[in-house]
Write a protein that binds this ligand. Structure first.
Ligand SMILES: [Zn+2]
Length: 381
């Protein structure tokens, strides 16, 4: 039972201001026409957010799944492609293609989504979802989010947790049309940001192993991407990691209780509420996509628009002592934060600052005023 709620979170399909905006083409198996319209609408919302020179290919299959789940998504994956930011790490092909600037998987889909044909769906685009019905635009937007890389490779058997040991048979009878790769016990890029508050990053734990297993069902997992932490006031947001590990739900969603129905970040939690709609990914999801490597349209969200073309110019970069900055918003301070999101320096006025006291490493440099923000990445030598 879910009460009806005010629809505060309905976004409109924005058009990407950049010539590089993504295109998403969806092919359908068995989906009724009215479902296709709603799913295409969800794709158009993502098109307004993502920047990619390579068209994204999604396939949606509409089959009864006994009402137990609304949808399941299988992202195609690549690792160690040209330009891969982190080696020995899986990336969703939609993301890998955008980073590589070329199609790495010709003839294969990037994203394959199953949606439950037996669910009582609301097909409208307006978010006025009647009580008792599931909003298809919301669920399609959520599933596409997984396909774009909001997903990991975690699994737990008995007390043993693993990353990168998922098998096609774990999801039978569902299958993918693209070949299931040998995952080689390697994590996905999303997994590399998962941390346990006491035991540290999951990707540094014995894999497979019991410490990893207990972390995955600790109810304490967090995502510590630097842009995500900045978007979350310096704190790593909670990841769904309940005491009973659930394949496909645990470790690949924001925490349901932390981001309940009506929260701006509810879209990427594991449960969708009937009679409710949300057509926008929310600031945390957008920051998480940026942390895993997505280039998002400049007008989207609150954090840096594009790691590859920062609006705040910093030089020299890497820097040892004197840093020059151009593009500071008039009257605003410049704030330098470390990867934990902690403010380490503030520049008030001027356009240069002595950073020789900073420890070597990466930093995010920001200038923010009146809802406007510019950011740049800095490396201190
Ligand atoms: Zn999900």
């Amino acid at each position: 039972m879910f009460p009806s709620r005010p629809l505060l979170l309905i976004g409109t399909a924005i058009s990407c201001a950049s010539a590089d905006c993504a295109t998403i083409s969806v092919t359908y198996n068995f989906a009724p026409q009215e479902a296709q319209v709603a799913i295409d609408h969800a794709a158009s919302i993502w098109e307004g957010i993502l920047v990619s020179p390579v068209p994204i290919k999604a396939m949606v299959t509409w089959i009864p799944m006994n009402g137990s789940v609304l949808g399941i998504t299988f992202p195609n994956g690549r690792k160690d492609f040209t330009g891969a930011p982190v080696p020995q790490t899986w990336y969703a092909t939609a993301l890998a293609n955008s980073i590589a600037g070329q199609e790495l998987n010709p003839g294969e889909n990037d994203i394959e989504i199953y949606l439950d044909a037996s669910t009582d769906w609301y097909f409208g685009l307006d978010g006025a979802t009647p009580s008792g019905q599931q909003d298809l635009v919301s669920v399609a937007l959520h599933e596409m989010g997984h396909g774009l890389g909001f997903v990991g490779l975690s699994k737990k058997e008995g007390a043993t947790g693993s990353l990168g040991l998922l098998l096609a048979s774990d999801f039978a009878p569902l299958t993918t049309t693209f070949p299931w790769p040998e995952l080689d016990s390697l994590p996905g890029i999303f997994d590399r940001f998962l941390v346990h508050p006491q035991n540290g990053p999951l990707d540094l734990m014995e894999n497979p192993g019991p410490t990893l297993g207990s972390a995955m069902s600790s109810n304490q997992l967090r995502f510590n991407g630097p842009l995500t932490m900045i978007a979350n006031d310096g704190e790593a947001p909670r990841i769904y990691s309940p005491s009973n590990f659930a394949l496909g739900s645990s470790c690949v969603h924001l925490n349901e209780a932390t981001y309940p129905v009506g929260n701006a970040n509810e879209l990427m939690t594991p449960f969708n509420s009937a009679g409710h709609a949300n057509h926008w990914p929310g600031p945390l999801c957008l920051a998480m996509l940026r942390d895993i490597g997505w280039n998002l349209a400049p007008d989207v969200g609150m954090v840096e628009p594009c790691a590859r073309s920062p609006l705040l110019e910093l030089w020299p970069n890497p820097v040892q002592s004197e840093l020059s900055i151009s593009g500071i918003i008039a009257g605003a301070n410049v704030v330098i934060r470390d990867v934990e999101g902690r403010t380490v320096m503030v520049l008030q006025g001027g356009s240069s600052i002595d950073v020789s006291g900073l420890a070597p490493g990466p930093y995010l440099v920001s200038t923010e005023a009146g809802g406007l923000a510019k950011h740049g990445r800095l490396i201190k030598r």
